[in-house]
Ligand binder design. Structure first.
Ligand code: GCW
Length: 718
């Protein structure tokens, strides 16, 4: 080989070709970027040089590993683990019962103050000693407390004299995976399932532990690992061994594993001739199954069930009620402390007058008929995770039954993993809504945290957006939705802005200008999506099947799976009449909401077409006609995304290259798709309104026929 060429090859080997910084997103918000602020570093040196963590349970071991590794990365300190409180700066962590030193430092704290999962973080000065104590009644509380301390360091917001008491608002804070045993994920847009069923239980992917760590860091304490459209195979011995192996990885991070139970499993895998919940053989089958599961997984959480909904079998197939079905399963897991989460997302094959009313009609009469270890899991709104829905009328309407919240983190109706849509504003909007169930001040959050009707079994679930893509969620900002779900499950009162700010600082940058801009973009992004997809209370006008892109013209098949069923556009106007002269879904809400939603003048405009069929020339609060307003809202949504693109471009070279380039490309797609939504919807609705597109709104790029003719194959998630 000629010498110049050899030299060239050597140089090529030595010079890295990829940019110096290119975060691939795998580490999520736990990347622990080193703190650069000198004053802060000096403070940490004085306070955190030594660490004394008492306790040797698996959870305490995780707590110790996480804290020491995180602290070392963040501060660059050579952290010393000690067994006695030596050194000038020391972090002392443990439970009140296992660490006499912790107990003595916090002798003013009554037992039971923190509970098993809550914790206290307090800075104590003893002479020249700086002690930071992290204490709880339980090991998990210590783990969460140490993660909190790491968060304070990595967001550079550690107070000088911390005195923090935290307790989670709800007992069950769960992810729901719609993951199938064949490795696919229903409504999953970030690759395949992270569970490698084929290789389990022999091979334990390092991802499982990283998944558990990320969840624990935000206080998530359980995971339903299988799809609600359930496969009974997961209950067979072969699969239970795999489930047990996953539970083994989750346990040291305080995470319990739950399964979905296919209601006719006794027939499908048990060779029984019925799955009637009142049949003694069926009852025995489930009891034995529970015993088998708990012998493998002593801390198994319980079952999540989708029954008599979208073709899933359920008790009604045998002439029994949802309560009969739920109670039978609840009895099977009760001896072991398990729970049953029974979904209220039911609607049967006889298309009702208004699908929005069905869950309420079926479940309210069952209030008080469920066992103590049953929760009813209710989606945030009465239809199906739309960009904006009113809160579900069941919240507050079943005082004797614990109701769990089901949010969707995966963006089935919000641009999949392609669109940057920060969901905390959506989650908070629902949690903060006043149901008026027991007078004003009866917010949805108080229904689910149990304070309104005095329930101690409480919960919140998020249908996860996690897949096996390197960065877990497809879109970098999808990570923020996972993070936000966990933080809000822990404390529904946190503001979307606070959560965004934490996440940005832990994931992208500390630069206040950049962080501020990113935060603003995140906070506006949900409203932008509402505007370019379904403004003013429109809903369910997406393409059929895969649900990706606009499809307001969808009119074939089961009526309540079409778009025309929901928007009801005609030459007179648009919107679903849910008033007393229509389906009266408004009547399912407590006063004064019922009459407010019923009255087009008092109904919030952002829900107008949810509750009313309004004439195209109806005068809106802005003075514009409904048609003009709708057009301008669509345009506003598109404009916002274009602004996000420009803003992001301004970050070139100022943030990590990998993050920059990934989001840049995604925003390009989003801008294109936002315009597609606007153009397709306006052209379609214009065939009814017969009014011109007003000034300030860009003319559509193509014809309606063009948009109607678009066909997509292999869209992920189905
Ligand atoms: O939103 C619909 C989805 C289905 C899903 C169902 C449900 C798991 O399109 O994919 O099935 O809701 O929540 O059960």
């Amino acid at each position: 080989m000629n010498r110049t060429l050899t030299t060239l090859l050597i140089i090529l080997f030595l010079v890295p070709l990829s940019p110096a910084r290119a975060d691939d997103g795998y580490r999520l918000w736990l990347g622990y970027k080193p703190v650069t602020d000198r004053a802060a570093l000096e403070k940490y040196r004085q306070r955190f040089g030594n660490v004394m963590i008492t306790g040797d349970s698996p959870v305490m071991k995780s707590a110790r590993d996480e804290f020491i590794a995180g602290l070392t990365e963040l501060t660059g300190l050579k952290v010393r683990e000690v067994n006695s409180p030596e050194g000038r700066g020391i972090v002392v962590a443990g439970t009140f019962s296992s660490s006499p030193f912790v107990a003595s430092l916090l002798s003013d704290v009554n037992p039971g103050t923190t509970g098993e999962e809550g914790y206290i973080i307090r800075g104590i000065r003893q002479g020249r000693k700086n002690i930071t104590v992290v204490a709880s009644d339980g090991d998990r509380g210590v783990l969460y407390g140490l993660f909190h301390l790491l968060r304070l360091i990595s967001t550079e917001s550690l107070p000088d004299n911390p005195d923090i008491l935290e307790r989670p608002a709800t007992a069950l804070r769960l992810l729901n995976h719609w993951d199938n045993l064949d490795g696919s994920v229903e409504r999953g847009y970030a690759g395949g399932s992270i569970w490698n069923w084929h290789l389990l239980p022999g091979y334990i992917s390092p991802r499982y532990r990283d998944y558990a760590r990320a969840n624990a860091s935000v206080g998530i304490n359980g995971t339903v690992i299988t799809n609600v459209n359930a496969n009974a195979l997961v209950l067979t011995p072969q699969y239970l061994a795999k489930v047990a192996a996953l539970a083994e990885v989750m346990r040291p991070y305080g995470i319990k594993v739950y399964l979905t139970a296919r209601f006719n499993a006794p027939q499908e895998t048990g060779n029984l001739s019925t799955s009637d919940p009142l049949d003694p053989g069926v009852i025995r089958w489930w009891r034995d199954k529970a015993a088998e599961i708990y012998s493998l997984i002593p801390d198994f959480g319980g079952f999540l069930v989708k029954a008599n909904s979208e073709g899933q079998p359920g008790p009604q197939n045998y002439g029994r009620s949802h309560a009969d079905g739920a109670n039978m399963l609840a009895d099977a897991v009760a001896p072991y402390g398990g729970v049953v989460m029974w979904r209220a997302f039911v609607y049967d094959n006889n298309v009702p007058v208004d699908r929005a009313k069905q869950a309420y009609n079926e479940f309210v009469p069952l209030d008080g008929k469920f066992r103590d270890n049953v929760l009813i899991q209710v989606k945030n709104g009465p239809i199906d995770f739309q960009p904006r829905e009113p809160f579900h009328p069941l919240f507050g309407a079943m005082p004797s039954t614990p109701l769990m919240m089901e949010f969707q983190i995966t963006q089935e109706y919000l641009g999949c993993a392609t669109h940057l849509v920060y969901l905390a504003p959506l989650f908070s909007e629902v949690l903060e809504s006043d149901t008026y169930a027991a007078g004003s001040g009866s917010e949805v959050s108080k229904v689910i945290d149990g304070t309104l009707y005095k329930h101690t079994l409480t919960g919140i679930a998020g249908v996860t957006n996690i897949g096996n893509e390197r960065n877990w969620t497809g879109h970098l900002f999808g990570q923020a939705n996972w993070y936000a779900f966990g933080r809000l499950a822990w404390n529904p009162e946190l503001s979307p802005a606070e959560i965004a700010s934490e996440w940005i600082r832990m994931t992208i940058t500390h630069d206040p200008d950049i962080a501020g801009g990113i935060e603003e973009m995140m906070l506006g992004s949900r409203e932008a999506a509402v505007n370019y997809m379904t403004p003013l209370g429109l809903h369910h006008i997406m393409a059929e099947g895969h649900h990706w892109g606009p499809g307001p013209w969808v009119d074939r098949g089961r009526p309540d799976w079409t778009s025309v069923y929901y928007h009801r556009a005609d030459t007179a106007g648009i919107g679903f009449d849910r008033t007393t002269s229509g389906s009266d879904a408004a009547g399912q809400y407590f006063p004064p909401l019922d009459s407010m939603f019923n009255d087009p003048e008092r109904c919030p405009e952002n829900l107008l077409l949810w509750f009313h069929h309004m004439p195209w020339d109806h005068v809106m609060k802005s003075g514009r006609s409904l048609w003009d307003e709708m057009c301008l809202k669509y345009q506003e949504g598109v404009n916002r995304v274009n602004e996000y693109r420009e803003f992001w471009e301004s970050l070139r070279g100022r943030i990590d290259d990998g993050q920059f380039e990934h989001v840049r490309q995604m925003l390009d797609i989003q801008a294109y798709e936002a315009r597609w939504w606007k153009d397709a919807c306006l052209l379609y609705f214009q065939t009814f309104s017969r009014m011109p597109i007003p000034d300030g709104v860009e003319q559509p790029q193509h014809s309606l026929e063009y948009y109607r003719g678009l066909k997509f194959h292999y869209v992920p998630g189905i």
